[in-house]
Design a protein around this ligand. Structure first.
Ligand code: SAH
Ligand code: MG
Length: 219
């Protein structure tokens, strides 16, 4: 019989496994820890990616030799720091953020992490920013982690602006366990995943790390 469980270990076992993976493969330095505590101190939601998700993004970026990465949804810059740290010399991260306050805090965090020289924050609605960015060079990788209702639009843009051999990734594929609820974000996430799974030009999967990292290789 097919085993259809996903990480259904006892909670204490699960916690210990996660801690071990974090400690060995995705340890946070003081800067990443500070970014997380600052995020709470500023009253921003604690919805940044987990360390092992950040490390997985770095791993994926390294596999394809990503030099130009686009992030949609900056928040306080936590995921952006993971992505920026994975870039080779001369590499660039462009990150889109709607909320000026989030952008300002992220700017401070990128400075703290010493990555300001390779990170550009673009403020405003991602839809408008993408239209402008579409005129520029293609990207090697996109990480989508903003308003889930727009994921299909972000996918359409990415299909036109990520080079062959590049990656389209997205956070919260599992919606913290609520993927099959009936609400606009869950419905949009399912539609997005189905589009990834069925698009003939993509080789897609969901990596079951953290809240689920959707990843699609552009053929
Ligand atoms: N990637 C971040 C978390 C992002 S949270 C991390 O893991 O550290 C989602 C962010 O998307 C929020 O900061 C929110 O303000 C932003 N956002 C929401 N709608 C947006 C839109 N239409 N355009 C750009 N950013 C948006
Ligand atoms: Mg997220």
């Amino acid at each position: 019989m097919l085993d259809d469980r996903i990480l259904t270990f006892a909670p204490d076992v699960q916690r210990r496994l996660t801690q071990t993976i974090r400690q060995w493969f995705a340890p946070e330095d003081r800067i990443l820890q500070t970014v997380r505590t600052n995020t709470v101190a500023h009253g921003l939601p604690e919805i940044q990616i987990r360390p092992e998700e950040g490390q997985m993004l770095q791993f994926l970026a390294a596999i394809i030799g990503a030099r130009r990465i686009l992030e949609i949804g900056t928040l306080a810059g936590y995921s952006g720091i993971w992505l920026a740290r994975g870039l080779p010399p001369g590499g660039r991260l462009v990150t889109l953020e709607l909320d000026p306050r989030h952008a300002q805090i992220a700017r401070q965090h990128f400075a703290l992490a010493g990555v300001s020289d390779r990170v550009e924050i673009v403020e405003g609605d991602a839809a408008a920013s993408l239209e402008r960015l579409g005129q520029g060079e293609p990207f090697d990788m996109v990480f989508i982690d903003a308003n889930k209702e727009a994921n299909s639009d972000y996918l359409a843009w990415s299909l036109a602006h990520v080079r062959p051999g590049g990656l389209i990734t997205a956070h919260n594929a599992f919606r913290e366990g609520h993927l099959h609820d009936d609400n606009p974000t869950a419905n949009a996430t399912r539609a997005f995943l189905e589009a990834l799974a069925t698009h003939a030009g993509l080789f897609s999967t969901v990596i079951p790390v953290g809240d689920g990292l959707a990843a699609a290789l552009v053929k």
